[in-house]
Design a protein around this ligand. Structure first.
Ligand code: AMP
Ligand code: GLY
Length: 432
């Protein structure tokens, strides 16, 4: 089989590596891919959002299956466009990708179908939003731009003044472009956050191993929000009781709700959850694999990824085994100093081969030069993942391997997994 992967981050590298394990796979193209994928994929110089270009490429090559990994091409309808020319693809159609593409749609869906989430109101009128914030809105509150905003359109506001400022940024100054013309304002929830990626064919839904992201740039959850500085799996807050309740109150009802709306979801449905005192609640849905959650989830997957992906497309997930290893994984992201604001690129990277002796190194922002040297080419540069029987060992191994990699201005967090270890410790003490 010939596979085309659309995207070029650490998530796509992890997906490609896993797919490459399947003996039926002859060739993998990546559009646009990155410096790490270049070692086993053929890179296609197309932007991930270039729907026309990808359709043209598929018309000219024998692509048996495409994997659309990134949110924006999914929301642009790449899977629909590929279906029109007879190329099956992993991922939801445009009308189902809306579950991530519009926060207003996602919140209204949850309200209509009774799916637990933070209480909220939506506005497309600036004055009306300000009036509610000044008077009745819960405080603290969270202000969210409706559309895709590269994970940046969410502002947590401690006071009414901060919320008014956030509304001004989004609705008047259009800091997040058109995505801020509508906003969601919701109550601030507390509790441990859990990411659960799931496979679904629109009937059956199978959660993957749970994970925990670390979104802030600096140790101790300080600094700005980023795309994610590291992950661990499984997430210790994800107990069997919580998982069972989430299946009943959130996962199955979401699949049913999307069907009832005529927007059957097939692909990877990502649940960003908060385990509150009232049980699990949805913070956000994504219509795709998470990044860097994928870099810890897929290394723990025992079943064949391509087979499971095809089952989501063909509607045969119920008959397809999906198994995960009982161990743990940790991914430490190596970023360019200054990310997520301003950083420089083009620095040579050394030590990758050394790190790969004990860990997997997923490239995100890298480029392979003509002479074979790999240089930095983005904010998040590499994700170093180690697996082990226990979380403690996985964390130690990931940091040991990450320490072997060098480039100018390298920045990483030093506490990936600490919160998870604390939860495990408290759990153990509670039992004594
Ligand atoms: P999102 O882009 O929706 O994932 O939001 C980014 C981050 O903001 C989440 O990972 C949470 O940590 C936080 N967040 C979003 N919504 C809420 C909420 N209602 N209550 C508390 N924290 C939130
Ligand atoms: N790591 C969060 C996301 O992929 O949205």
């Amino acid at each position: 089989m010939n596979i085309l992967i659309i995207g070029g981050g650490g998530r796509e590298h992890a997906i490609a590596s896993k797919i490459a394990e399947n003996p039926r796979v002859e060739k993998i193209w990546a559009a646009p891919g990155n410096g790490g994928m270049a070692s086993f994929c053929e890179l296609v110089p197309l932007k991930a959002t270039d729907v026309e270009g990808v359709v043209r490429f598929c018309g000219e090559h024998r692509v048996d299956y495409a994997v659309v990994a990134q949110d924006d091409p999914l929301c642009l309808g790449m899977v629909d466009a590929l279906a029109e020319i007879g190329v099956p693809a992993f991922g939801p159609r445009k009308n189902a990708a809306e579950i991530e593409g519009s926060k207003v749609f996602a919140k209204d869906l949850m309200r209509r179908y009774g799916i637990p989430t933070a209480r909220y109101r939506t506005f497309n009128d600036y004055e009306a939003a300000c009036a509610w914030v000044r008077t009745d809105a819960p405080c603290p509150m969270v202000v969210k731009a409706d559309g895709l905003a590269l994970g940046k359109g969410v502002l947590i506001c401690e006071t009414r003044e901060e919320a008014l400022e956030a509304l001004r940024l989004m609705m008047v100054d259009a800091k997040f472009g058109a995505s801020g013309s509508s906003v969601v304002i919701e109550e601030f929830l507390t509790g441990p956050e859990v990411s659960v990626l799931s496979f679904t064919d629109g009937e059956t839904i199978v959660p993957m191993v749970s994970s925990m992201d670390h979104k802030r740039a600096l140790d101790g959850d300080e600094g700005l929000n980023t795309g994610g500085m590291g992950t661990v799996a499984p997430n210790p807050a994800w107990t069997p009781e919580v998982a069972e309740r989430a299946m009943r109150e959130i996962f199955l009802p979401t699949v049913a709700a999307m069907n009832a709306e005529g927007r059957t979801f097939r692909g990877c449905l990502y649940f960003g959850l908060m385990v509150t005192a009232d049980g699990p609640k949805v913070i956000e849905y994504n219509c795709r694999f998470g990044d860097p959650e994928t870099q810890v989830v897929l290394p723990l997957m025992k079943s064949d990824l391509l087979t499971v992906m095809q089952a989501t497309t063909n509607g045969t997930l119920a008959q397809t085994p999906v198994e995960f290893d009982g161990g743990a994984a940790c991914c430490v992201v190596l970023a360019s100093g200054g990310y997520p604001v301003k950083y420089r690129s083009g620095y040579p990277i050394s030590g990758i081969a050394e790190a790969e002796k004990t860990a997997q190194v997923f490239h995100a922002g890298t480029r392979r030069e003509a002479d074979g040297t790999v240089v930095t080419a983005g904010g998040r540069v590499l994700g170093v993942t180690a697996t082990a029987p226990t979380l403690r060992e996985a964390i130690d191994r990931a940091y040991e391997a990450a320490g072997k990699i060098r480039f100018t201005d390298v920045h990483m967090r030093h506490d990936i997994g600490q919160r998870a270890l604390n939860v495990l410790r408290e759990g153990a003490e509670g039992k004594e």
